[in-house]
Write a new protein. Sequence first.
Length: 309
Amino acid sequence: MFSDELFKEAMELSSVPKGLPLVTGLTGFADAGGAVSQVNKYVFETLETERVGTFNNDMLIDYRARRPVFQFEETSLTSYEPPRLSLDMVKDELGSPFLFLSGYEPDFRWEHTSATILELINTLEVSTSSWVHAIPMPVPHTRSLGVTVSGNRTEIIDSMSVWRPTTGVPGTMMHLIEYRLQELEHPTAGFVVLVPHYLADTEFPDAAVAALQSVSSATGLIFPTDALREAGREFLQGIADQVGNNNELQKLVETLETRHDSYMEDNPMPSPLMGADGDVHTADSIAAELQNFLAKRDTSESSDGSDSL
């Protein structure tokens, strides 16, 4: 029996196969394009899952900062779904099992939670650990989404990481866990999907596809993503129609494309975040225009009863 007041087993850990890969997707500080939330939804709606255990909400959540939602119908409360941070055993499209840590990023007790997760990794003899995250970047929607890769799996970093800054970054709990895993020389890789920042507040299907592709590269797991890809094509067509009808937007997107392509061709620009003059105002202009478009699009879709992407 695993002994930790923070984690409650839903099954005996002795019944979980040893040596499985661990995949993690926690929502919290940033989830540009809804990448992580879409991955979590995709896993539980598409794949076969079995609960291994759940973390104690009362020890980890500031309820006043993120209040849970109750369903209210006319005169009474009819349902309540508490927040969830859980470990599940999942099977990919070919039936290969893996462990999936998902849900919210804790508000409290990062060190305690990290130690518990590290103990679970050790107890279950996890083979590799991978996690996904997404941040907004001034990159064009007309190019494939890139990723920044961290960790100690140099073969993956060398082949996939398109942006390698030297800078301070706002930490997440998964940064702390990755740091501890590196100290233990456990194979670990963190993938940060670089999402066009003017689409950061939308649910961008391609961001989820990029996250799942990254996990596949790190684990060999196979995920059926046809539905997400089709949704992504429809989403981008709507953006393309909006840009195509606005000459100013076309020029702004072309500017981002030029910056992106120059960076990818080893141009001596310091990063894709800015041009030679050091400003990023063109991306902000795109954000304002396209966010207006997306807001109108959501309103239109709600009025005709269709679901927004």
